[in-house]
Ligand binder design. Structure first.
Ligand SMILES: NC(=O)c1ccc[n+]([C@@H]2O[C@H](COP(=O)([O-])OP(=O)(O)OC[C@H]3O[C@@H](n4cnc5c(N)ncnc54)[C@H](O)[C@@H]3O)[C@@H](O)[C@H]2O)c1
Length: 250
């Protein structure tokens, strides 16, 4: 149910061509925000841009690699030129590289570098683009997508867990620095959410994941988008540095 809490706000969502990022972009647009859509996947992000415009909001889609500082700098400049100052940043880019998961003893450090870049560096680079202006304007909302892996240390995901724990530490430190300027920085930490990576798993694996979740179902992207909406809105103005687990009680 749209609340119109984000009327006239400008939000940038990274990783918004698919999954949680896409659903969040549409959720924030329903609630009134104009959206800058940043993603690798040029075709899919252009489609999401059209969907946002159909909701009556302004939108711009920018294909880029969020781990590349030059790409990121140019993308944020384009968003500001098209939509104006940025009120909300959702750092959604990330992945766990499930097909490359290994025990730590058999670690491949190339995968580690990749996971730190895609999960943590992307978040730092994009946040760096918005913080000076948010600080000067005395308002702003940054929402980072971490993972419950950072909290529970999922088996064979030591590198992903470390990268997402980095996102949580970054969230806390920057929240403290920006609190006097009324800029909030929070994180959501989803458990398993029904996106492409889960859909590719065999049914018996999905069933065993569900068996472990007290609510008896895998989360939907909407479950995460609703938590992000809370942190992106004025409803959370006195809350900063927090990490909210969205995991059905897991
Ligand atoms: N799905 C889950 O179960 C789950 C659980 C916990 C945390 N998360 C986190 O939620 C976030 C979204 O996950 P999802 O499952 O929706 O993933 P997804 O793969 O469906 O979507 C991620 C999007 O990010 C884009 N992307 C990836 N690397 C990029 C880069 N370097 N530059 C620009 N765009 C890039 C992809 O093109 C894709 O559109 C990630 O940070 C992920 O780690 C997901």
């Amino acid at each position: 149910m749209p609340t119109h809490m984000l009327q006239h706000k400008v939000a940038v969502i990274t990783g918004s061509a698919n999954g949680i990022g896409r659903t969040t972009a549409l959720r924030l647009a329903e609630d009134g925000a104009h959206i800058g859509l940043l993603d690798f996947d040029a075709n899919a992000v252009a489609e999401v841009c059209e969907e946002v415009r159909k909701l009556g909001r302004e939108a711009i889609a920018i294909p880029l690699d969020c781990t590349d500082a030059v790409d990121v700098g140019s993308a944020f400049k384009q968003v500001r030129e098209a939509l104006g100052p940025i009120d909300i940043l959702v750092n959604g880019v990330g992945q766990s590289s499930r097909n490359r998961m290994t025990d730590f003893a058999a670690a491949n450090l190339e995968t580690f570098d990749f996971l730190i870049a895609v999960n943590l560096k992307s978040c730092v680079l994009c946040s760096h683009q918005v913080v000076p202006d948010m600080k000067a304007r005395g308002s702003g909302k940054i929402v980072n997508i971490a993972s419950e892996s950072a909290v529970n240390g999922s088996p064979r995901s030591w590198d992903y867990a470390a990268a997402k724990a980095g996102v949580i530490g970054f969230t806390r430190a920057v929240a403290r620095e920006l609190a006097p300027f009324r800029v909030t920085v929070n994180a959501v930490a989803p458990g398993p959410i029904r996106t492409r990576a889960i859909d590719e798993m065999p049914k018996n694996v999905i069933d065993s994941i569900i068996a472990d979740i007290p609510m008896g179902r895998i989360g939907q992207p909407e479950d995460v988008a609703n938590a992000i909406l809370f942190f992106a809105s004025s409803q959370s103005d006195y809350i900063t540095g927090q990490t909210l687990l969205v995991n059905g009680g897991h």
